[in-house]
Design a protein around this ligand. Structure first.
Ligand code: A2P
Length: 276
């Protein structure tokens, strides 16, 4: 079974650097794919209230037979629930069937709503009460972090952002890392779009591994936490095995050179969708 490195967050909590994401996994498939992921050896599952599949994640955690403390589980607060964060946290905790969530994130800052500082203060209370082992943010930009640093106490443990070879957000990542905030990559494969790049396929051939394994090995090599998703058990296993692929610094640079500002998802400066 693949051995995944752990990173230590700014509060001392450790997180498997490679996790399994369930964005867009239908609720009725979620228990199966999460059980397959846990069986394959993943120990880090990333969901969100907005994905509508926390109950499937919870069912898999309950059914898998692993000790609770061996699984790192992340979920996120919906945009439409910034005004009721404490209640929303309880709904997520019940759906996941856990006493303590490992990492709870503000899913989007929604600056137009003007509530993320209040939300963060609520998360600080949940953290102080022991309901969560670490709190963090997602889709935050440096000015949102500056606001939190100026007006609140706990420094976010992570910022989960869209990050893949063709959209690396290097300046944003550096700004967060400079304050001790770990960078977590969502859509780490560019939703599959980055797998056909020449540098990726050439390194895959050279190492005798798959393009996805090259991209994930790059994430691990440059220090990102990454949460690839797949609903196919062969790919679920293949992605985890990327932890056993090591790229030289020159090879990492070949992937880093693919950066081309190819955002796939929404821009956090303006994203305000309440269905999330
Ligand atoms: P599928 O679920 O059909 O396997 P990301 O994690 O960047 O969002 O990318 C997820 C997308 O990439 C999904 O469409 C998924 O398809 C596909 N994918 C995941 N793992 C692999 C892999 N190892 N090889 C090819 N495509 C993959």
């Amino acid at each position: 079974m693949a051995t995944v490195p752990y990173l230590t967050l700014n509060n001392g909590v450790t997180i498997p650097q490679l996790g399994f994401g369930v964005y867009l996994v239908p609720q009725e498939q979620t228990q199966r794919v999460v059980e397959e992921a846990l069986e394959a050896g993943y120990r880090h599952i990333d969901t969100a209230a907005a994905y509508g599949n926390e109950a499937g994640v919870g069912a898999a955690i309950a059914a898998c037979g692993l000790p609770r403390d061996e699984i790192f589980v992340t979920t996120k607060l919906r945009n439409g629930e910034h005004g009721v964060a404490a209640e929303a946290f309880e709904v997520s905790r019940r759906a996941l069937r856990v006493d303590v969530i490992d990492l709870y994130l503000i899913h989007w800052p929604v600056p137009s709503q003007g509530l993320f500082v209040n939300v963060w203060q609520t998360l600080e209370k949940i953290y102080a009460a022991g309901g969560v082992r670490a709190i963090g943010v997602s889709n935050f930009l440096p000015d949102h972090l500056d606001t939190l640093l100026a007006e609140t106490t706990v420094v976010p443990a992570v910022n989960q952002i869209e990050l893949h070879p063709t959209f690396q957000q290097g300046a944003l990542s550096a700004a967060f890392r400079g304050h001790g905030v770990a960078v977590e990559a969502y859509s780490p494969l560019g939703r599959g779009a980055d797998l056909n790049a020449d540098a990726v396929t050439a390194l895959a051939a050279k190492h005798g591994v798959s393009p996805a394994q090259i991209v994930l090995a790059w994430h691990l090599g440059v220090g990102n936490i990454a949460i690839p998703k797949s609903t196919h058990v062969d790919r679920i296993r293949e992605n985890l095995a990327a932890a056993q692929v090591t790229l030289s610094s020159g090879e990492l640079d070949l992937i880093t050179a693919l950066d081309s500002n190819a955002r796939i998802g929404a821009d956090p400066a303006t994203a305000a969708f309440t269905q999330m």
